[in-house]
Design a protein around this ligand. Structure first.
Ligand SMILES: *Cc1c(COP(=O)(O)O)cnc(C)c1O
Length: 382
């Protein structure tokens, strides 16, 4: 694509900025693929052919409508989503879905929604659901400080439940379901996949609703992807504020009001990166497996020094959580890591310790560098 000559200054500046980038283990908003950031930079001042930046364009402009459809189609093709499902781009983060799901699916009915609580986000979700209708916890991993997910016979779902809710990857504790919990036919399965969305293949047909905010694994903050079976789109039994009704968004193709245009545009680029550069979700899952395993191997081979939080069967491939022998060593670990360009490793205050988030955009070199640092640190301080 021909481009006008740019002034040398901005080129030098962008090379300097790129060189300053660290391995960013932030839990969210989190690292994005460098090539996506470069494309966004490239098109920031003027979207090719549009005469202005995407940020300056009407959401009704055909150029943006095409971008929105392209983002939707990329997600549909990555996850093999059938026409039985609507794919919506909403605002309000994953947090608004804590309310929208029960408001649409159980409010004004006699039905009870059932929740598996395996960490902080599931706990928040049921808190909001109770404001909308009948919701109950049928499994809570609190007693073990949320270090695992339930086995199939650890809980019983009612055949007439409003839906079964779970969080596939608890971002704070670093525990992940390796596959969907069992759910009776006829009960919609609802999943908060915010922190492992597009990290591995999954069968969307098993779900009633699958949703994810973008800022962990799929793009910048500001947009939440909601994949919802079409027969559930229209299920609200009471009058809801217009924004909260899925039907309005589905009928208007996510343009019921102004959608977060820039976030959708960036998310679309991340989805394209996944198919074109990575080679799809199978390939991505293998890389994610490798990255997290590099870190778990160090934890296991130095288990007198590092204490992993999650039990083996439930370890997250996205957020690796572990502790050190003392607070002093923890502080030292975080600050020495920084000098090796390993940033944002401090765990969430509710769990403590270290949390290394190795989402899709974390290159394997990042995990390798951290693993090597961990071995050296244990040797020197153990
Ligand atoms: C980050 C996160 C949330 C909260 O997302 P917001 O966009 O801040 O509302 C909810 N669930 C999970 C699993 C998360 O990782």
């Amino acid at each position: 694509m021909p481009s006008k000559p740019r002034d040398g200054n901005s080129l030098t500046m962008s090379a300097t900025a790129t060189a300053q980038r660290v391995f960013n283990f932030s839990a969210g908003p989190a690292a994005m693929p460098l090539s996506v950031l470069q494309q966004l930079q490239e098109e920031m001042l003027c979207l090719p052919g549009a005469g202005c930046s995407l940020m300056e364009m009407s959401h009704r402009d055909q150029a943006f409508v095409d971008i929105l459809h392209d983002a939707e189609n990329s997600i549909r093709s990555l996850l093999n989503i059938s026409d039985d499902y609507a794919v919506l781009f909403l605002q309000g983060g994953a947090t608004l879905q804590f309310s929208m799901i029960p408001a649409n699916l159980i409010r004004g009915t006699e039905k009870t929604a059932q929740y598996l609580v395996t960490g902080s986000w599931g706990k928040k979700a049921i808190g909001e659901a109770k404001k909308e209708g009948n919701a109950e916890v049928i499994y809570d991993a609190k007693e073990s400080n949320y270090n695992h997910v339930p086995a199939a016979d650890d809980f019983q779902v009612r055949d007439d439940a409003g839906y079964l809710y779970y969080c596939s990857n608890e971002t704070i504790q670093g525990v992940q379901f390796q596959s969907e919990p069992e759910c009776p036919a006829g009960v919609p399965l609802v999943c908060d996949a915010s922190s492992d969305f597009l990290s591995r293949p999954l069968d969307v047909n098993k779900y009633g609703v699958l949703y994810a905010c973008a800022q962990k694994n799929a793009g910048p903050a500001g947009v939440t992807v909601v994949i919802i079976r079409r027969d559930l789109v229209d299920s609200a039994k009471t009058e809801l504020p217009g924004y909260l009704n899925y039907k309005n968004h589905a009928e208007a193709d996510s343009e019921w009001n102004t959608p977060p245009t820039f976030a959708i545009y960036a998310l679309g680029k991340v989805a394209r990166w996944l198919s074109n550069d990575i080679g799809g979700l199978d390939a991505m899952a293998k890389l994610n497996e490798q990255k997290s395993q590099l870190l778990y191997d160090v934890i296991d081979s130095h288990n007198e020094f590092y204490q992993g939080h999650a039990v083996d069967c439930c370890r997250s491939k996205m957020n690796v959580t572990f502790n050190l022998p003392s607070d002093e060593l923890l502080k030292k670990f975080v600050s020495e890591a920084k000098t090796h360009d390993l940033a944002n490793l401090k765990g969430h205050r509710s769990v403590g310790g270290i949390r290394a988030s190795v989402y899709n955009a974390m290159p394997i070199e990042g995990a390798e560098t951290l693993a090597k640092f961990m071995i050296d640190f244990a040797k020197k301080n153990g």
